[in-house]
Design a protein around this ligand. Sequence first.
Ligand SMILES: *Cc1c(COP(=O)(O)O)cnc(C)c1O
Length: 370
Amino acid sequence: MEATMSIFVTKSAMPDFDEYVEEIRGIWDSRHLTNMGPKHMELERLLAEKLDVPYVSLLTNGHLALEYTLQSFEFPYGSEVITTPFTFVSTTNSIIRSGLRPVFCDIALPDYTMDAKKIEALITEKTVAIMPVHVYGNICQVEEIERIASKYGLKVIYDAAHAFGESYKGKSVFRYGDASILSFHATKVFHTIEGGAICTSSKEMYDKIWHLKDFGINGPDHIDYAGGNGKMNEFCAAMGICNLRHIDANIAARKAVAECYRENLQGIPGIVLNRQYDDCAYNYAYYPVIFDGYKENRDEIFDKLKAHDINSRKYFYPLISALDYCKEYRGSGAENTPVSAYACDHVLCLPMYPELGLDDVKHICDIIKE
Ligand SMILES: *Cc1c(COP(=O)(O)O)cnc(C)c1O
């Protein structure tokens, strides 16, 4: 079957127009448009419940959630944060923009997450934190990371932008580490148009973020920190409240897409599908595939799909640790993170969103196989 329209790599989930209009009606009456209004507070409460984590603080976007989290720890200028180069560039940039230095730790396959075996060798007296990424929704080696962090007294901040709603051994992924960051950008599994959150089990941290995201203001006559403006507005929070009603159906539809890809692509030499484990609950955020030793390489598959009006994504490419402005940091360069470099050159994310028809998935697989 030929697809009649172009297929995007992702497509934002939207509630019915009327549902959103109903949700924002009260904002017109109250004129409470932002500054931690009722929608903001309601969504924080709903998310804490949904994600099974004590505190959720809503921010304007996921990137600022990373920066505010780093700021809240008040690390000395120039301290080192061990992180992964196989991520969206926001992770690394948040560290640099906070006056800190990223140190690149390689990933391990088949999970694409930070290789916990390589962390300890990178720790120095300047190390203050580890910032791993639950990349593609693949859950990090959380227990091993926790062990290392407590041994060396380091903070753990998870970039959990891809991990909405996930759990490991029945426990919410947001209960690991000192904080986890979510992105609610329009392209993510759950979105608020633009938005993000900091999830933590610490009331003290939640309170500090509350002031930091509001210019550091603490009461009418007190300004305690050099805070910024990171507040999620009421219209974005209202979109989140609507989208949250449909998130379970959304994830179930993603799962059906993932299963259809697996049925059609598994067992083909040269094609490596993402591995998933029985003790994890996933959200099927992305569908990464490695092409290595297949009749066509990653870039050729990308071009072939493109010729059929199907958009896949070389996600993540290029390698962050090889970017010019990252050369000065420890662990930079493709030679120091060879597994990440390999993944960058061989992985392709296939279209993945809840409305993607299974006929379209089969069509995409047929093109890959033809
Ligand atoms: C999307 C994303 C971010 C940034 O989130 P925004 O909401 O777009 O600012 C950070 N890290 C990762 C891994 C992401 O995918």
